[in-house]
Design a protein around this ligand. Structure first.
Ligand code: MV4
Length: 439
């Protein structure tokens, strides 16, 4: 097992990884920007090193500074968390060139799954169901029009290097395709310096169902059930549930087996997520594989009892999985909501909820700063109950207890969602927020 892990991240996920390392007796090194000198991850780690000014490109996105810190501090592994460099194939490669274990998949797998068109073709070759669409990427409007005619409208234009909705447009006819394709391609060039696009049939208001994968370095691959992440606004997940209360057991088993086959086809190792779209007829389609631990991993931990960060560390240290697929058991129902700041500021008078089945993942403490430079997520509230109704009641009560003063947050909006009759009754699809909570 590693002696010392450098956490190349900040906020609640950095605290989460530090806690897992501490419980395993692994030394921890935090990296922090000048804006995070008093941040909780900086204070909790055994050692902490300032890697630069507040701006991400001069700190948490700066590969050279992070790797220099890892070498200088004698870290033998780096945990990237999520966001920042967690899905940067070059960073993973530089880690191994420095003799430091990147806690995640091989850099070539990150690159392959990071190209959504390549990932799609990998899955087609493995017989994994994908959304009907073009076999080849497209780069010109002419090629896009030809492919869209063959696929049949409505279509979804997507950037090969996109993800999370970036470089993506719906087109319901050739006129919308003309503007949509050019706008999406412009976004792709601006965001990823790449103009490669691909076309899929548009799945109307799908549900977003993703499966958690654990794969060790000895060929063992298992799934830990699904998460329903359909409540999103502008491709930002707001609420996640595990399991999805409306996926029948037989469908869960089939999708889980498909997710395992997808991970094997990708040559995957460590923790990852296979994303599917589920349509109204319960047909499912692979859309992406995320090569990192996800924000919403705690709902899977709640229903399986498996600590996913410790599992990542053990897999990266070469240990075989200690659980077989047959031994995975889902128990109860978990719901997570993200509490985001609406502005920067200074926190005071925090009151955290509690009680049976309530978990709070946060890096906040009384008096701490909410800097303007980074993602606005302050806290994840997770409730675990015997079934969805109990988990829902728990999270409603917990939100009622939660007090965050000092900056404005989306706490009230989250409470509105959880008490909305359509959400309470379920199931909800990716069109729910647009339909009932138009901004
Ligand atoms: C789609 C889709 C419908 N049809 N692809 C969103 C980002 C990435 N995870 C893939 N996403 C989607 N791909 C086809 N062919 C619907 C989504 C989607 C979505 C789209 C619009 C608004 C919110 C969404 C939430 C989840 C998934």
């Amino acid at each position: 097992m590693f002696n010392k892990v450098l956490i190349a991240n900040r906020g609640e996920i950095a605290v989460r990884v530090i806690r897992a390392c501490r419980e395993m007796g692994i030394g921890t090194v935090a990296v922090y920007s000048e804006a995070d000198s008093e941040a909780l991850h900086t204070l909790l780690a055994d050692e902490a090193i300032c890697i630069g000014p507040a701006k991400s490109q001069d700190s948490y996105l700066n590969m050279e500074r992070i790797l220099s810190a890892a070498v200088a501090m004698g870290a033998d592994a780096i945990h990237p968390g999520f966001g920042f460099l967690s899905e940067n194939a070059r960073f993973a490669e530089f880690c191994s060139l420095c003799g430091i274990k990147f806690i995640g998949p091989d850099s070539r797998v990150i690159a392959k799954m990071g190209n959504k068109a390549e990932a799609r073709n990998t899955m087609i070759q493995a017989g994994i169901p994908v959304v009907p669409g073009g076999r080849e990427p497209v780069r010109t409007l002419e090629e896009a029009k030809e492919t869209a005619e063959a696929v049949r409208y409505p279509v979804m234009v997507k950037a090969a290097l996109g993800g999370g909705g970036k470089g993506m447009r719906i087109a319901r006819n050739p006129q919308e395709l003309a503007s949509g394709f050019l706008n999406a391609q412009r976004e792709a060039v601006k965001g990823f310096s790449d103009d490669t696009m691909y076309i899929e049939r548009y799945v109307e208001n799908p549900r977003h169902i993703e499966f958690q994968i654990l794969a060790d370095e000895h060929g063992n691959v298992i799934h830990l059930g699904e998460r329903d992440c359909s409540v999103q606004r502008n491709h930002q997940k707001l609420i996640e549930e595990a399991p999805s209360a409306w996926v029948p057991e037989a469908l869960r088993r089939e999708m889980g087996e498909t997710a395992v086959r997808a991970a094997k086809a990708a040559g995957y190792e460590n923790a990852g997520t296979v994303e599917f779209l589920l349509d109204k007829e319960n047909h499912y389609y692979f859309i992406e594989m995320n090569t990192r631990i996800q924000v919403e991993h705690p709902v899977t931990e709640a229903v399986t009892g498996i600590d996913l960060i410790k599992a990542q560390l053990r897999i990266a240290a070469g240990e075989p999985l200690v659980i077989s697929q047959e031994e995975v058991r889902l128990s109860g129902h978990a719901i997570e909501c993200r509490i985001n700041a609406k502005m920067a500021g200074k926190l005071k008078n925090l009151l955290m909820p509690g009680g049976m089945g309530i978990r709070v993942d946060t890096a906040m403490y009384n008096g701490c700063a909410v800097p303007p430079y980074y993602d606005a997520m302050l806290l994840k509230l997770i409730a675990h109950g015997e079934d969805r109704a109990e988990a829902l009641k728990k999270i409603q009560c917990a939100l009622g207890e939660l007090v965050i003063e000092g900056v404005e947050t989306n706490l009230d909006e989250q409470y509105e969602i959880f008490t909305h009759p359509v959400y309470e009754a379920g199931p909800v699809d990716t069109g729910f927020m647009e339909k009932y909570f138009r901004e």
